[in-house]
Design a protein around this ligand. Structure first.
Ligand code: AMP
Length: 125
């Protein structure tokens, strides 16, 4: 079920459990501000999720409430992960589903990195 991007943070969400180490993930990168890991159900040859370490439900929540340091650290982490994976030259796509109409499923901000094939049109028509 898609989540409501305005809901309060739920620390039992699956990505909070991954951050705490309660459940495993295939980690790609970690620093003070972000964790990156492989999506469990990849939609492209490269499908990596990058999440901030802080408790933010969505892009809306993060952009409104995170500190400048958290925002800078997270944005730099997304770029670093894509660069280190060799995705800049072939190209990649970022996606941050936010709330109901975008079908956000997990109520902890995540940016998808998709790459490794022609990704097609921006949205299904
Ligand atoms: P979204 O629809 O933007 O909220 O995307 C949620 C993404 O999380 C989907 O692509 C799922 O495949 C992925 N996902 C859900 N559970 C896990 C998990 N335990 N480890 C890695 N990825 C997950």
């Amino acid at each position: 079920m898609p989540i409501d991007a305005t809901q309060p943070y739920d620390d039992q969400n699956i990505f909070a459990k991954i951050l705490r180490g309660d459940i495993p993930s295939k980690k790609v990168f970690e620093d003070e501000f972000a964790l990156a890991f492989h999506d469990i159900n990849p939609q492209a040859p490269h499908h990596i999720l990058v999440i901030p370490k802080g408790p933010y439900v969505s892009w809306d929540d993060f952009s409104a409430k995170a500190s400048d340091a958290e925002i800078a650290g997270f944005v730099r982490a997304v770029g670093h992960v894509a660069r280190e994976a060799g995705l800049v030259k072939p190209g990649y796509r970022l996606l941050a589903n936010t709330g109901t109409n975008a079908h956000q499923e997990v109520p902890h901000l995540h940016v998808h990195i998709f790459a490794g094939r022609q990704l097609g049109p921006m949205l299904s028509r």
